[in-house]
Design a binder for this molecule. Sequence first.
Ligand code: AQP
Length: 327
Amino acid sequence: MKRLLSGIKPSGDLNIGGYGGALHQFVKMQHEYECYFFVPDLHAVTVPQDPKELHQRSRDIAAFYMAAGIDPGKAVIFLQSQVPAHTELGWLLETQAHFGELGRMTQFKDKAEGKDTVSSALFTYPVLMAADILLYQATHVPVGDDQKQHLELTRDLAERFNRRFGDTFTLPEPVIQDIGSRIMGLDDPSKKMSKSNPNKGSYVLLLDSPDEIRKKFSRAVTDSDMQIRYDWEQKPAVSNLIEIYSVFSGEDIPVIEKRYEGQGYGTFKKELAEVVIEKLTPIQEKYREIVHSSELDQILKDGAERATAAAERTLTKVKQAMGFVTF
Ligand code: AQP
């Protein structure tokens, strides 16, 4: 059975980068895999979070999962902090992780850069991510470009554990999609579109109004010549916009290039905004219906129960393999 686990951190408001690289893919994947989609709230607190915002954003992400089309009858939707097995396995796996290999994680280096202090949780976070995946014996994990290194660490830890304590964990394979795997900032195509970027013009939020979306795309940086051509080397800014167009319209890139051949950036950016608005409007409506509903609470409770049952099976196996007393 092919089983997949993934999630979106509630570390900021969801933007179209997370939509293209994750949410949009999740909706397709639920038909191909047995899916666990979680809200990694424990990962969000590796950097400071305002408690009220964390609370709201955690519900937001879960509501967006459903609003975008994930069926809670099919996939398991849950909050990471509701399943204690994650932190427990995280600790046990830390005993197998090497200080040096964690120090080589480029995301840690990026996030720690220029800061006077960082939490030790930011340093060990890739081990918690490994626990998230291995608990469910996931065979597949969709990863954006920047998460490849963490998945390799997960596989290394699983192999190391299996060698030392006997066959316990399934080794997960990455699922890397081409289109949308790296949506870049609208202000700077050399930087990933990120929730935590202080420049609001760098991203389009899933909850932005049509006017805000139009304004943000009209201000998006472009390249020096006027051609609408997909070429990441020569034209990264326009390639990024074409990629967003493709994710939101479902059209192939050559079709888009052909449509805008000989046209200026103005028309292209206007129509791109409309494509994004058309896709986001029904998602926003559904999100508003769900986010404060008791239905969402119930789905998250059921999800936590289903996830706990699966996670506990693995955790017991791990504890027995390591020599802990279990009953
Ligand atoms: N810009 C993006 N392009 C493509 N994929 C993206 N993802 C996030 N941003 C983009 C993918 O979405 C999944 C969930 O990511 P996440 O929100 O849990 O973590 P992140 O990658 O750290 O997201 P941010 O927005 O950059 O958050 P902050 O700023 O808080 O660190 C992942 O598979 C990710 O690749």
